[in-house]
Design a protein around this ligand. Sequence first.
Ligand SMILES: Cc1cc2nc3c(=O)[nH]c(=O)nc-3n(C[C@H](O)[C@H](O)[C@H](O)COP(=O)(O)OP(=O)(O)OC[C@H]3O[C@@H](n4cnc5c(N)ncnc54)[C@H](O)[C@@H]3O)c2cc1C
Length: 348
Amino acid sequence: MGLDRFAPPHSLGSSHSDTRMIREAYYHDSHYTPLVNTAFDYWTDLETRSGRRLLQTTGALTIGQPESFGFSSSLQSIVENGSEFEGLASEELHNRYPVFTPDPQTFAIYEHRAGVLSPEHCIETLLEEAEAAGANLRFNEPMINWRAFRGGIEIQTENATYQTRRLAVATGAWTTGLFPDLPISLEVERTVQHWFEPATVDATPHFAPNVCPPWVWEYGPKSTWYGFPKTTRGIKVGMHVQQGRLTQIECLDRNVAPHEESTMRQVLARFMPSASGPTIESSVCMYTKTPDEDFILDRHPDCSEIVIFAGGSGHAFKFALVLGELVSDLLTDQDPAHNIQHFRLTRF
Ligand SMILES: Cc1cc2nc3c(=O)[nH]c(=O)nc-3n(C[C@H](O)[C@H](O)[C@H](O)COP(=O)(O)OP(=O)(O)OC[C@H]3O[C@@H](n4cnc5c(N)ncnc54)[C@H](O)[C@@H]3O)c2cc1C
């Protein structure tokens, strides 16, 4: 049985808004790279099984100063993984992708095996598979409480009380409210995404997905922005670091203030003026962050029948299928298919 507070795919958590990047250049740590490789295989398998297009291969750019942490560690991870990539100096970057206007000391890594996942379609497809395999999906039914009960768990929702032997929890920004005693504080960071039209008609073809790959661009300490090629909804851009405001899910401000759009436009004026056309839409999302930005995937410390995934920290979507497999391994008392030491609660 699967319960959700809302009816997924929905836009009230952290897994919405058309696009999520999947790439091998990984600045968090090299332990993610084998998981990315498996994730690519699993998404491709899911596409084959479902007959749906979920992953668009576009390549991806990691842009920054060679000496900065984010850029240098991304380069290291892609070299260690033996992935196919090209290094581009500032001028080459601009010549190949004229919409990018980098400073002269900027470099870019173009990785070939990278792309864009469609989160809503991925979620829809997974839910259909789960239902076809016999899952009873109950939406708009939040778990409001739980307790250990006769070697299992008793779950209380607004509608009913259920008893189960095992429970997997992946409640994103709501996790702390359900498990206030976990030995870790999860921070909810509010982030904003914007969709703009290209500034001129002439610029529009340069933002097509087969012409312009998605990018992550570190332009200073704790200053990173990202963007995606144009979809029917426009060019999506956002700040990955530094714009975020810490909050709690219960008081998340879902309105976008004018200064948030002007901050984004200042970045575009410097690095991509032709993406700063009329505003189509802006919306709020959130990262649920652990102190080290590595995920949590572990058994509950006081109730081993509960397995928790939390703390996606702004980079978990691409791993969803691998994380699901690992959760299932723990639920069924099997050795995890991958090393999960970095995700254990005991690291705190
Ligand atoms: C703007 C933005 C850009 C991102 N870009 C990328 C990217 O390019 N690549 C990438 O890999 N990752 C990216 N991420 C991160 C990734 O999207 C998230 O880490 C991941 O989607 C989080 O998934 P989740 O299941 O933990 O949380 P959520 O998607 O929020 O899901 C939690 C679910 O739990 C349900 N729930 C909550 N409480 C209860 C309850 N009490 N009972 C029942 N159900 C409950 C909610 O309704 C929700 O459906 C991005 C995140 C954001 C916000």
